[in-house]
Every structure is written in structure tokens, then in C-alpha cells.
Design a protein around this ligand. Structure first.
Ligand code: 13P
Ligand code: SF4
Length: 368
């Protein structure tokens, strides 16, 4: 078993001072700094964050809620974003220039966002335009880099999150005949299918071989899915669903739409992190649930609902290594850097990229 304190002690990035402090000392300092800055400081935390972080969050939410909240916090001079890199970038794009966005640990990336870069995307777009002409609108999951969001913004498209993908895909198909969906093929496929688009109307763009994977007549293609996935949600399989059905026949299965299509199809319900939380909150006492999403959230739901039987859909609990990079010592380090004015890990998106990315974000925010 890996001891988290050993990991922190061996972490070459973290200043020595934080390795020597006790948890109580760190918590005390975080409280002091929060009190000192009051409304000038805003700490949003994604639902996947550890409890040691969530206890200090001013707000918790899914990626859509956190984007909206960051935009509303006009009096926050400092936003210490407890989530992953693309979320902090989104907060920076949506806030004023004089508001500083810090990410406590720069290594908190997202394996899914890393699956599409701007060079691959430009290349794909060129080939797809030659193949399909001006019939395509791009949509990108917010789990993507600011550069991809800017690309989408420049080409008339929008961002989507797991909680508004239905609305946004519907909207996109009123704009153009076809949709180019980046970078999560599972979210794109799951939601398009629910909207009535057949699997044989969906092609897959492989950014490594620069080819379109499709068997039928190209005129029938309605959705072009980028071949990317989340390394955490990919681990919830049909075999996991079958196991739960066998061992707990009266258990309901709820999963995140980043899970593969086959897993979602075999489950009872699917939706964003907020949808999962709401469903469990509203479920009757005594109900039984297997949840297919990140382990910190599943564990929190287990603790918060002792009257319900809750398990992870995958018995080896899937954790997001990058979300878990944000720890109490890193939060404190980030907060203390505000006091000294020597900000660590400030996230500042290039203004040229930001001005196009905001188009894509605004089109989404206007639709939800
Ligand atoms: P939500 O939009 O549901 O919060 O999901 C974000 C995410 O990264 C899930 O892996
Ligand atoms: Fe990215 Fe997956 Fe982690 Fe969400 S769970 S932040 S999609 S790697």
C-alpha cells in the first residue's frame, strides 16, 4: 500500500517547509489565509477532489458549474482552482485580466485533454473539409486545451460539458449537417446515440494515422468522433456491469458518459458528476447503487449516504491520478504564494487564444 505521506516527502517539486508541517498546522494556515482574504479569494473544487481539499472549498461542482461560478465571482482577485489544468484555463478565459488564477500543482493535467493537440486538429480539419466540404461544425468537450477551444470558436463551434452535451449537440446540428466532436469519443457517441443518431452514422477520426474509420457510405456520416478517451472512465467495462448484475441483482448502475458506449448501454442511468450526486441524494433510503466514476466522488457518496448501499462499479476503484495531485500541502503552498506576491503556477492563457476560446465557451453558456 502506498503511503501518501511518503509520496509527499519524496516529492521533489514541493518546498521542504511543507513536508515538515503537520496536517493540523497546514489546515490552520489555510484557515488563516482564507479568513484574511475573505471574498478576495475564491477556492472552487471539482467533485473529484480529495476531502482534504473539499473541506476548504468555497464551492464544489461539475465542470460546467465551476466555469459558471468562476465567471460570476467578480470580487475574487485570486481564484485557486482545485481541479485540473483545463478547468483552470477555462476559469482564466472567463474571468477578467486582473483576476489571478492559480493551479496548486501544474502536474494536475487531464489524460483526455492531452489526447488532442492543435496540430493534429488543424490537420484533421483540412482533410475533413476536403472530404465533406463546408458541412461540419466542431464541438469540443471542455476537457480540452485552450488552443482547441480557440480553434472551435474560430470555426463557429462551441464547447460542451457532460451536463449539457445533449443540448449542445442538438444545437450544433441546427447549424451544420455534420458534427466533429473532440476529444472524447465516448461522450460524443453516448449522447449522439441518445439523440437518435445511429452508430452506423458515426465515424471515428484517428489522429495518429490521420484516417477516418468508417465502413459505410460517407454521405451518411452525421458525427465524426475524435479517437480519444479518459483513462479513468475507460476502466468501467461491460464485465464490471455483468459482475454487479450477478452479485447484486437489485442494484442500480449509474455511470459517467465518459465510459465506453457498451458500458453505458448496459447500465441503468448515465450522466455528469452533478447528475450522479443528485440521483443518489434523491434515491430512497435502502436503495442500492453501483457507480462508475472517479473514486474520490464514489467514496464521498458512500460516506454521505450510510442509509444506501453504494459500491464502485469497478472493484479496483478508478482514481484520477491528476485530480489527486492537488493535496493539502500544494493548496497551502499556492495560498502562501498569494501572500508573498510570488505566485506559483499562475494559469494565464495567451490573449490571442483566449479571445477565440471565449467564443466557444460563450456559445455554450448562452445555450444552457
Ligand atoms: P463533469 O463535467 O461531470 O464534472 O466531468 C468532468 C470530468 O473531468 C469527468 O472526468
Ligand atoms: Fe480527465 Fe478523466 Fe481525470 Fe476527468 S477523470 S480529469 S477526464 S483524466
Amino acid at each position: 500500500m502506498v503511503d501518501i505521506l511518503d509520496l509527499i516527502k519524496n516529492d521533489a517539486t514541493l518546498p521542504e517547509k511543507y513536508k515538515q508541517m503537520s496536517v493540523e498546522e497546514m489546515e490552520e494556515r489555510v484557515k488563516e489565509i482564507k479568513e484574511k482574504y475573505g471574498r478576495r479569494l475564491f477556492i472552487p473544487a471539482h467533485h473529484y477532489q480529495k476531502d482534504e481539499i473539499v473541506q476548504f472549498a468555497d464551492a464544489t461542482g461539475d465542470s460546467l458549474q465551476l466555469a459558471q461560478l468562476s465567471q460570476k465571482k467578480a470580487d475574487a482577485e485570486f481564484i485557486v482552482f482545485c481541479g485540473v489544468h483545463f478547468m483552470a484555463e477555462t476559469a482564466d478565459i472567463l474571468t477578467r485580466k486582473d483576476q489571478k488564477v492559480l493551479l496548486p500543482d501544474l502536474r494536475a493535467g487531464c489524460s483526455l485533454a492531452d489526447m488532442a493537440n492543435i496540430y493534429q486538429t488543424e490537420k484533421a480539419w483540412g482533410i475533413l473539409q476536403e472530404t465533406f466540404g463546408d458541412t461540419i461544425i466542431p464541438l469540443t468537450y471542455v476537457n480540452s486545451t485552450a488552443e482547441i477551444k480557440a480553434f472551435v470558436g474560430r470555426h463557429g463551434g462551441a464547447t460542451v460539458t457532460s451536463s449539457n452535451a445533449h443540448k449542445m449537440i442538438k444545437w450544433a446540428l441546427t447549424q451544420k449537417d455534420r458534427l466533429f466532436f473532440l476529444p472524447d469519443e465516448h461522450l460524443g457517441r453516448n449522447v449522439s446515440y441518445e439523440l437518435g443518431i445511429q452508430l452506423d452514422q458515426m465515424a471515428v477520426w484517428d489522429p495518429i494515422s490521420n484516417t477516418l474509420e468508417y465502413d459505410g457510405n460517407q454521405d451518411d456520416v452525421k458525427v465524426i468522433l475524435w479517437k480519444g478517451h479518459c483513462s479513468v472512465h475507460q476502466n468501467f467495462t461491460v464485465a464490471n456491469v455483468e459482475q454487479v448484475r450477478k452479485n447484486h441483482p437489485d442494484m442500480k448502475i449509474i455511470v459517467h458518459p465518459e465510459c465506453p458506449y457498451e458500458t453505458v448501454a448496459a447500465s441503468d442511468l448515465y450522466g455528469s458528476t452533478s447528475y450522479i450526486i443528485k440521483t443518489i441524494e434523491e434515491a430512497p433510503s435502502g436503495s442500492k447503487w453501483a457507480i462508475g466514476t472517479e473514486m474520490n466522488l464514489v467514496n464521498r457518496l458512500i460516506q454521505q449516504h450510510p442509509d444506501k448501499e453504494i459500491i464502485s462499479l469497478n472493484p479496483f476503484l478508478c482514481s484520477c491520478m491528476t485530480m489527486n495531485r492537488i493535496t493539502l500541502p500544494y493548496l497551502l503552498w499556492s495560498l502562501e504564494s498569494i501572500e508573498t506576491g510570488e505566485y506559483i503556477n499562475e494559469i494565464s492563457v495567451d490573449p490571442d487564444i483566449s479571445k477565440d476560446a471565449v467564443l466557444a465557451l460563450d456559445r455554450m453558456l448562452a445555450n444552457v
